[in-house]
Design a protein around this ligand. Structure first.
Ligand code: NAP
Length: 298
């Protein structure tokens, strides 16, 4: 019965409101929806809708009456969050409160995006959705606050934690690595932070799938395969047809200057809720990486 209703909604089409629509994930969400014309995307960038403005969020949601809200807006400048925590709390935690209020008022299903940085990184194994959180940075704390807001107001919402997000739009590590490589190298990347690179094209498809089927709960969604930033930089260089030996490993302690926000040493996310729920996992990250590098270097 539930599956039938979900299939019907996917077939007849959804009005999907996307916050943060000009960001790297938001842009690919909008592109994905434009390839599925039975759905209607309402793309709201920060210029269109400041999610920290309650009146504006409630006005937008009640006027637009979406079926689904994908909340991709966030203040993602992890280091800058350390020196302006109020902005981080306003956008990442209160923003979630207001968007959740809008979803509750209109009956739209809410998919909110969160982060691997809700964990302190001390675990020796990948984190499941049921592991204890313990964010070490302002960004991580503010995003965890957002999760609490979402589930407090809309218990049937979907919250998706992802990690190391990359794609063809906006700024990300793939672009940084390619830019540095163009300068000739050597490139130095840390080899003691472990995570799962995740590409917007695959993440967007899973968000839409979970949202269209109104699948409630917390999900870890990453591309498969864990690496370090050093390992990832080598993969990027290799995908660009360059010599991976130009990348050298360093320790986080050797970063000069040190970065203001602490990063988890291990933020590998076990996609346990997908895996055990019988939902196909995203591809290994090297697949979308190849495609993305091709797009960025052609
Ligand atoms: N990037 C990662 O590595 C990563 C890792 C884990 C989880 N995530 C999560 O994934 C989601 C998407 O991130 P992303 O990589 O697409 O980041 P992004 O490229 O920085 O996109 C976020 C968008 O939100 C916008 N925004 C900032 N403040 C806003 C406000 N007050 N109101 C409305 N929009 C606002 C930004 O606009 P401006 O650019 O104009 O400020 C930007 O367009 C976020 O929830 C993020 O926390 C990201």
């Amino acid at each position: 019965m539930v599956v039938g209703a979900a299939q019907e909604r996917q077939r007849t089409g959804l009005k999907v409101l996307i916050t943060g629509a000009a960001g790297q994930l938001g842009t690919d969400l909008v592109r994905l929806l434009s390839d599925q014309p039975h759905h209607q995307a309402v793309a709201l960038s920060r210029a269109d809708l400041d999610v920290g403005d309650r009146d504006a969020v409630l006005a937008a949601t009640t006027t637009l009456q979406p079926d689904l809200i994908v909340h991709a807006a966030a203040w993602t400048a992890v280091d800058a969050c350390e020196s302006d925590p109020d902005r981080a709390w306003r956008v990442n935690a209160l923003g979630c409160r207001y968007v959740a209020e809008g979803a509750r008022l209109t009956g739209a299903h809410l998919v909110a995006v969160s982060t691997d940085y809700v964990f302190d990184g001390s675990s020796s194994r990948p984190y499941t959705e049921w592991d204890r959180t313990g964010p070490a940075s302002v960004y991580g704390r503010s995003k965890l606050g957002g999760e609490t807001e979402v589930f407090g107001l809309v218990p049937e919402a979907t919250v998706v934690r992802t990690s190391w997000v990359c794609g063809p739009h906006g700024s990300n590590m793939v672009k940084t690595i390619l830019r540095l490589a163009a300068g000739g190298g050597p490139l130095r990347f840390v080899d003691d932070q472990h995570g799962c690179p995740t590409f917007t094209v695959d993440l967007a498809a899973m968000l839409l799938h979970l949202g269209a089927s109104r699948r409630p709960g917390l999900f870890h969604v990453t591309n498969q395969g864990a690496t370090t930033w050093f390992g990832f930089a080598r993969d990027v260089i290799r995908a660009a047809g360059l010599d991976p030996a130009m990348v050298e490993p360093i320790a986080t302690a050797d970063l000069d200057p040190p970065r203001p926000a602490p990063r988890p040493v291990n933020s590998v996310l076990d996609n346990a809720a997908l895996r055990l729920g019988g939902i196909p996992l995203l591809a290994h990250y090297r697949e979308p990486l190849e495609q993305t590098v091709k797009v960025l270097t052609s």
